[in-house]
Ligand binder design. Structure first.
Ligand SMILES: NC(=O)C1=CN([C@@H]2O[C@H](COP(=O)(O)OP(=O)(O)OC[C@H]3O[C@@H](n4cnc5c(N)ncnc54)[C@H](O)[C@@H]3O)[C@@H](O)[C@H]2O)C=CC1
Ligand SMILES: CCCCCC(=O)CC\C=C/C=C/C=C/[C@@H](O)[C@@H](O)CCCC(=O)O
Length: 264
């Protein structure tokens, strides 16, 4: 699928991985709507992108993914401004085991709210053009991090949500592909101030830091290349693409023949 003229929405676009997603989508020809709670950061990413050509293809909208109302308003503005939505990156996320309910609210509930609000514009059942939705999960959603049990749980959940929605979409005819992207440690602010973020699991901080020392961190641009693959390769649906300093690999999930129910 070519990105030329396509309309993409990226949550958590003001910094880190979301900023890199916005850049790669924009540089491959998409119109990109950047959603974030960080207004100054979001506006500066928008302005930097719009300086790259003269078509004003980047737009920042302030939006907290915890709010269904704000998400619906942002998608409505996107559709009115650019004439529809083809791509959604549910990327906004935090790591905070102390405020674990907020972590669930942003990392999981925010992804579900974003997806359902986008379906109103993207699903062929609602008059949309179809397209692709990618959830930013984490390797921690496949290989849990003991110091971050709630964070790991939200990431397993958004992988499961993408896989189930992929089947639902095929069965119901939404015309939308659903995938999850699972990075290992990435060089962003999310890794800063770990001691405060781990809460009662601060006792496990040392082995987590050793993980950083052993495996290092990857650049956001490497994660963005993986996003491009999931968005443009129309054969990818219901996939979880893992990426680390060792390279990239699609996750395989066990089939359980005696229990398997044929759904698609
Ligand atoms: N940095 C890492 O090592 C890894 C990060 N991830 C995931 O990647 C995603 C992006 O994280 P990073 O770029 O690393 O973090 P980051 O902290 O650099 O950027 C996150 C962005 O999301 C925004 N945000 C936070 N709460 C929001 C909300 N309620 N509504 C809208 N925007 C909100 C922030 O303002 C920020 O701009 C997250 O889902 C994270 O869990 C996954 C694997 C590894
Ligand atoms: C450092 C915390 C930030 C995590 C942000 C991420 O989403 C990245 C997750 C990346 C890799 C996860 C690997 C998990 C490995 C564990 O199963 C185990 O091998 C780690 C043991 C060390 C520990 O006790 O933390």
């Amino acid at each position: 699928m070519s990105l030329e003229g396509k309309v993409a929405v990226v949550t958590g676009a003001a910094a880190g991985i979301g900023k890199a997603f916005s850049e790669i989508l924009f540089r491959n020809g998409a119109k990109v709507v950047l959603l974030d709670v960080n207004e100054s950061g979001g506006k500066s990413v928008m302005e930097a992108l719009n300086k790259e050509d003269s078509q004003d293809r980047a737009l920042f909208l302030s939006c907290d993914v915890q709010s269904e109302e704000q998400l619906k308003a942002a998608f409505k503005t996107t559709a009115e401004t650019f004439g529809g939505i083809d791509i959604l990156c549910n990327n906004a996320g935090i790591l905070n085991e102390k405020d674990w309910e907020r972590t669930v609210g942003i990392n999981l509930v925010g992804v579900i709210k974003g997806t359902y609000a986008a379906l109103e514009h993207m699903s062929k059942l609602n008059g949309g053009r179809g397209g692709v939705i990618v959830n930013t999960a984490s390797i921690a959603g496949i290989k849990p991090l003991p110091s971050c049990p709630v964070y790991s749980a939200t990431k397993s959940a958004v992988i499961g949500f993408a896989r189930a929605m992929a089947i639902a979409s095929t069965m119901a005819g939404y015309g939308i592909r659903f995938n999850a992207l699972c990075p290992a440690l990435v060089e962003t602010e999310l890794l800063a101030s770990l001691t405060e973020k781990l809460g009662q699991f601060t006792v496990l901080e040392q082995p987590t830091r050793q993980l950083l020392d052993k495996h290092g961190v990857i650049k956001t641009s490497v994660v963005a290349e993986c996003l491009l693959e999931l968005v443009t390769d129309e054969t990818k649906n219901g996939e979880a693409l893992m990426v680390s300093s060792k390279g990239q690999m699609y996750a395989t999930f066990p089939s359980i023949p005696p229990l398997e129910v044929e759904l698609s």
